[in-house]
Design a protein around this ligand. Structure first.
Ligand SMILES: NC(=O)c1ccc[n+]([C@@H]2O[C@H](COP(=O)([O-])OP(=O)(O)OC[C@H]3O[C@@H](n4cnc5c(N)ncnc54)[C@H](OP(=O)(O)O)[C@@H]3O)[C@@H](O)[C@H]2O)c1
Length: 165
């Protein structure tokens, strides 16, 4: 099973503000939907709460240390390893790990691919993608999008592959 991170990151490595995405990028949301449709997606409890109900057709795995979190439509796991094992046991071919910051930081060492949206702006974020060593990643593709009525900022979608794969 491949493990892929999917993140949208601004010029200061920002990914979120006030537990929300600090932008609306319609074409990036379409890319996210196409990529993850039908697959398991793993996320932290805060990201789940901020995106609730917006991911039909995906099988949700949520990381939480709280026994009190109840949700009928998702699998709750208490460790990253348990989430990965759950997807593997379900026969998943590619698990998408979709944030937020705490989860990206823990999952980076496990990732084979990163779908990395570079947002060409400073969106005033309060939550950040972890530092990572660019030399360990090869750029497979890049697609550029201008800003416009449906995209708050210009951005580029990069597909990165770990060089030692
Ligand atoms: N731009 C992007 O690509 C992107 C993607 C996703 C999210 N975001 C943004 O990121 C922000 C949220 O990120 P965040 O770092 O604050 O929160 P998060 O990573 O979404 O969730 C953190 C929570 O996950 C649980 N958790 C984390 N590690 C765990 C572990 N090892 N074992 C068990 N549970 C664990 C804990 O839940 P409990 O407290 O319940 O124990 C923790 O409080 C929001 O602003 C969101 O909009 C941006």
């Amino acid at each position: 099973m491949l493990i892929s991170l999917v993140a949208a990151v601004d010029q200061r490595s920002g990914i979120g503000r006030d537990n929300r995405l600090p932008w609306h990028l319609s074409d990036d949301l379409k890319h996210f939907r196409r990529l993850t449709m039908g697959h398991h997606v793993l996320m932290g409890r805060k990201t789940y709460e901020s995106s609730q109900g917006k991911m039909p057709g995906r099988k949700l795995i949520v990381l939480s240390r709280s026994a009190g979190l109840l949700a009928s439509d998702v699998k709750i796991v208490s460790s990253l390893e348990a989430g990965i094992q759950f997807a593997q046991a379900a026969g998943e071919t590619e698990l998408f790990i979709i944030g937020g910051a705490q989860v990206f930081a823990q999952a980076l060492p496990f990732a084979d691919h990163i779908y990395y949206t570079e947002v060409h702006a400073d969106a005033g974020a309060d939550t950040f993608f972890p530092d990572f060593d660019c030399t360990q990643w090869k750029e497979i593709s890049r697609q550029d999008f201008p800003s416009g009525p449906k995209n708050d900022f210009p951005f580029s979608i990069l597909h990165l592959e770990k060089t030692n794969l």
